[in-house]
Design a protein around this ligand. Structure first.
Ligand code: LRH
Ligand code: MN
Ligand code: MN
Length: 391
């Protein structure tokens, strides 16, 4: 039995934890080989929000949903936000999409053609207008920009073009709005990507000002990258804005968070706990960014929320006094044992208690399956154009 400083504080922290779900997780998705359509998937942004609200109803921990523009384009975003509010959720981060137009073949904000750069930058500004209407705080930027062949374009000029577009978007932000700048090692560009790593993102954020922070997508690194080091570093610099949680075995697999490497998720969440950054008031947006290609989508999102909660519970259970004592005395094995004791704790009963205390079913996946929601959407949403990744 490991020593836990204050179990009621642990339970309180878990009850207060917030995880944001992505609208696109509920739509049809696939690989470049095949999209497997599923019955009952949403046909509209409203239906995606209804599914996100359902995840929140069973977990009590997912009260906001990220949108992706134009996948979630509507005429009236304020009305969409009110609709979400009626279902008990709010609109979270607004994701931009400057990667699916023919115009962006050679890049968006870093394109050598100033007309295409203008079009891409205007999309970023349009996304801030969406945020004004929905009350969203976060403008999430991911650029697929990059080049495939050495010499194809000037690496340094592209950084200048990127900085110019970011500056324009940054200057358009309201007082309570901020930029989350996401990086990704490669794909779709294969030789050089313009925002390939946290260092590039961090440097642009510092250049921009305090309202620019880094978004860590856990699937966007080279194999073997120590992600928790990046978390610790950015927290120390006060520049960690958000996560896109998902799992990867090979590249940007977008599998359920905590499925491939629950130990890594625990190590990441330990750095969060260590920096006292779990509290939503600290401003870190813990988002999921996943696609459920072959598994049922709503229970997969519920499972992902639970996986993040389990990693967090284990992180909260680290006996930090014992850990600090072992670290100070150079007790290599002792310190590692304290860490592993927490990781090896079965936290499912503790989380079941936290849920029961909130009036939730202790087993959210089972409760969802019993609820009849899946049968209802399968019947109600038959026919019509089904929205999905890229729709
Ligand atoms: C890019 C990415 C980014 C996009 C999302 C759909 O790979 O992680 O966050 O917006 O996928
Ligand atoms: Mn992402
Ligand atoms: Mn990704």
């Amino acid at each position: 039995m490991i020593a836990v400083p204050d179990l009621s504080a642990v339970k309180q922290a878990l009850a207060a934890q917030r995880i944001e779900t992505p609208s696109w997780a509920f739509g049809n998705s696939g690989t470049r080989f095949k999209v497997f359509a599923q019955p009952g998937v949403p046909r509209t942004p409203e239906e995606k929000i209804a599914d996100a609200a359902t995840v929140n109803r069973f977990t009590g921990a997912a009260p906001s949903v990220a949108l992706h523009i134009p996948w979630d384009r509507v005429d009236d975003y304020a009305a969409l936000a009110r609709y979400a509010g009626d279902l008990g959720v709010s609109v979270g981060a607004i994701n931009t999409n400057v990667f699916q137009d023919d115009d962006y073949k050679l890049g968006s904000v870093t394109n050598p053609d100033p007309g295409i750069r203008r079009k891409a930058t205007d999309h970023l500004l349009e996304a801030v207008a969406v945020m004004d209407a929905t009350g969203s705080r976060d403008l999430k930027l991911w650029f697929s920009d990059g080049i495939n062949y050495p010499g194809q374009d000037d690496l340094r000029d592209r950084q200048d073009r990127l900085a110019t577009a970011l500056r324009e978007a940054y200057d358009r932000l309201g007082d309570d709005q901020r930029i989350l700048l996401e990086y990704k090692l490669f794909e779709p560009a294969f030789y050089a990507t313009d925002v390939p790593d946290w260092g590039t993102s961090f440097a642009h954020c510092v250049e921009l000002g305090p309202k620019a922070t880094v978004c860590i997508d856990t699937g966007h690194h080279a194999p073997g990258t120590n992600i928790e080091f990046i978390v610790a570093f950015l927290l120390r610099q006060d520049r960690l804005g958000a996560f896109d949680f998902n799992s990867r075995f090979y590249a940007d697999d977008d599998l359920m968070a905590g499925a491939a490497d629950p130990f890594q998720l625990f190590r990441i969440m330990y750095e969060i706990v260590r920096a006292d950054a779990l509290d939503p008031a600290r401003g870190i947006n813990f988002m999921l960014d996943q696609c459920h290609n072959i598994e049922a989508k709503i229970p997969a999102v519920i499972r992902s929320v639970m996986n993040v909660q389990e990693a967090t519970a284990k992180a909260l259970l680290v006996d930090r006094a014992a850990l600090a004592a072992a670290q100070r005395s150079g007790g290599v094995l002792e310190a590692n044992a304290v860490f592993m004791d927490a990781y090896n704790t079965d936290v499912r009963p503790l989380l079941a208690e936290v849920r029961a205390d909130q009036g939730l079913d202790p087993d959210p996946v089972a409760a969802y399956k019993r609820s009849g929601y899946q049968e209802r959407i399968t019947a109600d949403r038959a026919g019509g154009e089904q929205a999905g990744w890229g729709a």
